[in-house]
Ligand binder design. Structure first.
Ligand code: 13P
Ligand code: SF4
Length: 332
């Protein structure tokens, strides 16, 4: 699975070559409309020395043509810290752009739509964390990256779905608070001896999958391998064949090549992976993330033309929030 690419890969390729990457998803009559925006975006990126970081949930025409770096939340944070581009555009949601800004205070970070939020990030505030600290003064607070910078600033360390267990255990405490995703916390608790106190936040995309979905998939598609993201409820994780962050799911497909497979995940992720493995049968019982879907090619083009919307973080909050992200990156 394509998880990262050189910053010049897409720009260096002719449009016909880029179309080959998505031709099984985008019919020929649609391509000229998209190609106009794609050509303009590639040119603007060069002019402005900009890099586009795209999350795995971005649609194939973004993921496979204009993105320089693609991956899961952790990979995007790591790449954001590494890039020497002057401008970082996040084709993803607001907390991802904030994380990129935290790691690059001197750079311009852009997002094509400021309203691209996240139900998890919206489920908790900095004031909530301060109240938890009063109630559990000696307990470390592990905060999922799917949160605002203000919430990160009040926390001890961040985690993503790919390093949650590692971070929780590395703290060496018998009990930790993990927030805001109740299911990620419960799914992590099932793999460790560390006691985890959870918050009640949920991902509106993954909470909709059920164990019954998996059972009917197995009935209707014998031999199917089912992968589920750890933001799904624990009873879903119990029924699936493999659970992991988006990058781990992609790796699983790459290494195991299951002939018939379903990813319980945001729709674009299955589309992106399926394009790379035409020999595998993908059954796609997906849910759309309305926040990720706010990002479109015309908006990316406009963002690079107008240099809006810039994502900024209050410097005092940024300093404390950066510490929690960097601490995570040093540990996991
Ligand atoms: P990962 O890409 O880290 O698995 O996160 C999934 C997600 O839902 C991001 O919003
Ligand atoms: Fe947030 Fe869920 Fe959308 Fe990811 S898929 S951005 S966790 S609402």
């Amino acid at each position: 699975m394509r998880q990262t690419a050189s910053p010049t890969t897409a720009t260096a390729l002719p449009l016909s070559e880029l179309y080959r990457r998505v031709e099984r998803h985008i019919p020929p009559f649609e391509w000229p409309i998209l190609a106009d925006d794609i050509a303009a975006i590639l040119e603007l990126k060069n002019e402005r020395n900009a890099v586009i970081l795209a999350h795995n949930y971005q649609t194939p025409e973004i993921f496979h043509t204009v993105a320089d770096i693609v991956g899961d939340s952790l990979a995007l944070a790591r790449e954001a810290a590494r890039t020497d581009a002057d401008i970082i555009m996040l084709a993803g949601v607001h907390f991802m752009a904030e994380t990129a800004k935290l790691l690059n205070p001197g750079k311009t970070v852009l997002i094509p739509d400021l309203k691209a939020g996240c139900s998890l990030a919206a489920s908790i505030t900095a004031a909530d964390i301060r109240l938890l600290r009063e109630r559990y003064p000696s307990m470390p607070i592990v905060t999922y990256v799917n949160t605002s910078a203000a919430v990160k600033a009040e926390s001890d360390i961040c985690c993503t779905s790919s390093n949650a267990k590692k971070i929780v255990e590395a703290l060496g405490a018998p009990r930790v608070i993990m927030l805001p995703d109740e299911y990620l916390a419960r799914n992590t608790a099932a793999q460790t001896k560390v006691e985890i106190i959870a918050w009640k936040g949920h991902c509106e995309v993954h909470e909709r999958f059920t164990a019954g979905d998996i059972r009917s998939l197995r009935e209707s598609h014998p031999g199917i391998t089912v992968l589920a993201h750890p933001e799904c409820p624990p009873e879903v994780i119990a029924e699936c064949d493999f659970s992991g962050a988006t990058a781990a799911m992609a790796d699983f497909v790459d290494k195991k090549r299951p002939p018939r497979v379903a990813l319980l995940i945001e729709c674009a992720m299955s589309d992106n992976v399926a394009l790379q493995y035409p020999e595998l049968e993908f059954v796609r019982p997906c849910n759309l993330c309305p926040h990720m879907k706010r990002i479109t090619l015309p908006k990316i083009r406009r963002t690079l033309e107008t240099m809006t919307h810039e994502v900024t973080v209050d410097p005092e909050i940024a300093e404390r929030a950066r510490h929690t992200v960097e601490r995570m990156m040093a540990m996991g």
